[in-house]
Design a protein. Structure first.
Length: 177
């Protein structure tokens, strides 16, 4: 028996407008420093409901460690978001997945994000992904990669960290640039 899981995918030239239909009160936007300086983040912000508050986490490095991923976690907890919006490539999307899980369940370790542990997420927040690259497919998978200090990569996996929705244009690489 086979099953297929996928987030709801909004695609096309106006895909970002879907954000305005979401019930967003407070959103954490997770991205990297390169996209922070681009017009992509401005376009995302313009499509979030006007009354929503936003917090930008824009320091995601390529292949981040858990310590780097979670550097803003205390500020995120204080902000109390109801949405996490990942914008970027695999590192930004994977970081948003990890932050989302740990924010939802501060009592767990990053090592608890496995298919064997029922996490019971989505009690406080939701997760959306906006890929800007073609490659990892992190926006529609239930895996996340965390680099360890020793240089190894750890794959986390749980059906519960798959984004609710993903937004993309039918054009490879830099879809929103």
């Amino acid at each position: 028996m086979w099953f297929f899981r996928s987030p709801e995918v909004a695609f096309g030239a106006d895909a970002l407008s879907y954000l305005s239909s979401l019930d967003i009160k407070k959103a954490v936007i997770v991205t990297d420093r390169f996209l922070k300086q681009s017009k992509v983040i401005d376009r995302v912000m313009m499509n979030i409901p006007k009354e929503a508050q936003t917090m930008l986490v824009a320091d995601i490095k390529p292949e981040p460690t858990f310590a780097e991923m979670s550097a803003s976690l205390s500020k995120i907890i204080d902000f109390s978001p109801d949405w996490f919006i990942a914008v970027g490539g695999g590192s930004s999307i994977d970081t948003a997945k990890v932050l989302f899980a740990i924010y939802e369940r501060p009592d767990i370790s990053v090592y608890d994000i496995t298919p064997l542990v029922k996490l019971n997420l989505r009690r406080k927040s939701r997760l959306a992904a906006i890929p800007t690259t073609s490659g990892t497919g992190s926006e529609c998978s239930w895996a996340a990669v965390v680099s360890e200090e020793e240089g190894r990569k750890l794959e986390l996996a749980s059906k519960e960290i798959m984004p609710e929705c993903s937004h993309s244009r039918p054009k490879p690489c830099c879809r929103f640039a």
